[in-house]
Design a protein around this ligand. Structure first.
Ligand code: NAD
Length: 493
């Protein structure tokens, strides 16, 4: 049963507002998710407020110990967590496990809390005066997460928020909410005090109540650009600290000198893995010249047509279902639109052999796409790859840089000079060189540019910790050194 998770325990909701949770592989509604009432929201806020009071003064090794226990429990429960994700999201079990491991990396980072929170100390900044800086928690932080990574993205948020001394409220996607509850159970089994992490289910109404609540200090959001922009503007106007990560259209450039076999295999996996429902999926390939485009299509077409389509629980499956009927309809809409716009549909996923039930569609490949087409400009978020043919490198670079989204990009080349030039000049937040999905490791930070991210500080790594903490700088002097106080601004002489 899907519940809220308030003050350290699953709490059966009395709410009458609910939403459907599908099994995407069968198309059936398997459960309903109760949307938190205003009374439940207040209860979670109060629980978090009380937890913050004592948690913010716990020792930092104590916080690290919680993360260490949490990490061990996550490893032990990896299979159970992956099964929940596959059942509600539809992605393959192996892909679900890989996504949890990418979340675990941030928990591992948080285990190093004493080192991460080590302060800076300057002695003798003036005669008998020392100065040091510390970072402290903000209070109650809220994380709103999307359907496509029900465990990884929350794990990119609250481990760092908690070691910084905050309490946290997680609002998962209403499409696949079960993983959020198991994650919370495991954090409490690891030893979290009541109220440190609360999970509130819901949609826009719950989100709006949280991001405007006077007791909430910081809001971290991941989802589509339209909602990211709404969250950013609304929460900023309320004086909150905000980071809001939005949609994407990630380009991959293939230079004439690239290892085409390697590039084609990488693109196949990065475009169609998780059925294209990844914010770092490659959805556009730009070839420099026609010859590479032709050679790439020759390799990709049979590989795409042979992708095994089926339930995420079947170990043979490479292409699982889309998450909802709405997403399936959206992908079909863009396939029809691309044809109307004059793009060449090399592989039409609508014609693939698919299971009779569930939200399935085959993978699709468009060639002869141009920058003016809507299938290029807009995020589709499904298994659809567009090929654009650029006359030269400069044109390709300008297309990537001028695109409204700037989450990730990649270049395949053997030329170090071109790779360096691309990394330096491209207007995108995360760059891969012969790496198609350049999601940074946990001790660097994750974040796009332009309409893929609103706010100043990225997720996880040093910037993540900075987002969830604020700086305090202490100057200290002991009376023995008193030499009188001047009306002039003190100097260090
Ligand atoms: P979504 O924007 O529909 O929902 C994200 C979250 O916002 C959910 O918790 C949802 O309940 C809530 N929400 C939805 N509509 C809302 C509204 N009008 N007001 C307030 N809250 C609202 O996104 P999704 O469909 O769950 O996820 C897919 C999108 O997320 C894609 O656009 C994808 O590119 C993006 N995404 C981005 C990143 C990134 O790091 N940049 C990572 C993953 C997914």
């Amino acid at each position: 049963m899907i519940t809220q998770h308030i003050n350290g325990e699953r709490s059966r909701s009395k709410s009458t507002e609910t939403g459907p949770v599908y099994n995407p592989a069968t198309g059936e509604i398997q459960q309903t998710v109760p949307f938190a009432s205003s009374e439940e929201i207040e209860r979670a806020i109060n629980a978090a407020e009380q937890a913050f009071e004592s948690w913010s003064s716990t020792s930092i090794p104590h916080r690290a110990k919680l993360m260490f226990n949490f990490k061990q429990l996550l490893e032990k429960n990896l299979d159970a967590l992956a099964r929940l994700i596959t059942a509600e999201h539809g992605k393959t079990l192996e892909d679900a496990k890989a996504s949890i491991r990418r979340g675990l990396e941030v928990v591992e980072l948080a285990c190093g809390a004493p080192n991460l929170l080590k302060s800076q100390y300057s002695r003798s900044v003036a005669s008998g005066v020392d100065c040091y800086s510390i970072r402290q928690g903000l209070g109650i932080c809220v994380g709103i997460t999307p359907f496509n990574f029900p465990a990884m993205i929350p794990l990119w948020m609250y481990p760092l928020a908690l070691i910084a001394g905050n309490a946290f409220i997680h609002k998962p996607s209403e499409k696949d909410p079960s993983a959020s509850l198991l994650l919370a159970d495991l954090l409490y089994e690891a030893g979290a005090p009541p109220g440190l992490l609360n999970v509130l289910q819901g949609d826009k109404t719950v989100v709006d109540a949280l991001i405007t609540h006077p007791k909430v200090k910081a809001v971290s959001f991941v989802g589509s650009t339209a909602v990211a922009e709404h969250i950013y503007q609304t929460a900023c106007a309320q004086g909150k600290r905000v980071q809001a990560f939005g949609g994407a259209k990630n380009h991959c450039l293939i230079m004439p000198d690239a290892d085409l076999n390697d590039a084609a295999a990488a693109i196949l996996a990065a475009a169609y893995g998780s059925t294209g429902q990844r914010c770092m999926a490659i959805s556009v390939v730009i070839t420099i010249g026609d010859a590479i485009a032709e050679a790439l299509i020759t390799q990709l077409k049979p590989a795409i047509e042979n992708l095994y389509i089926g339930s995420g629980e079947n170990p043979k499956t490479l292409l699982g279902p889309l998450n909802t009927p709405e997403l399936l309809a959206k992908v079909k809409y863009y396939l029809a639109l691309g044809e109307q716009e004059g793009a060449k549909l090399i592989v039409d996923g609508r014609k693939a052999k698919i299971p009779e039930q569930g939200f399935f569609i085959g993978a699709s490949l468009f060639d002869a796409v141009t920058p003016k087409m809507r299938i290029y400009q807009e995020e589709i978020f499904g298994p659809v790859l567009c090929i654009l043919r650029a006359p030269d490198y400069e044109t390709a670079l300008s297309w990537v840089s001028q695109h409204p989204y700037g989450n990730g990009t990649a270049i395949f080349t053997r030329n170090g000079e071109i790779a360096h030039d691309f990394a330096e000049r491209v207007q995108v937040g995360m760059v891969g060189i012969n790496i198609p999905i350049p999601v940074p490791v946990a001790y660097h930070s994750f974040g796009g540019w332009k309409r893929s991210m609103f706010g100043d500080l990225d997720m996880y790594g040093a910037e993540g910790l900075q987002f969830y903490s604020r700086l305090k700088t202490v100057s200290s002097r002991w009376p023995k050194h008193t030499q009188g106080h001047s009306f002039n601004l003190p100097t260090n002489l």
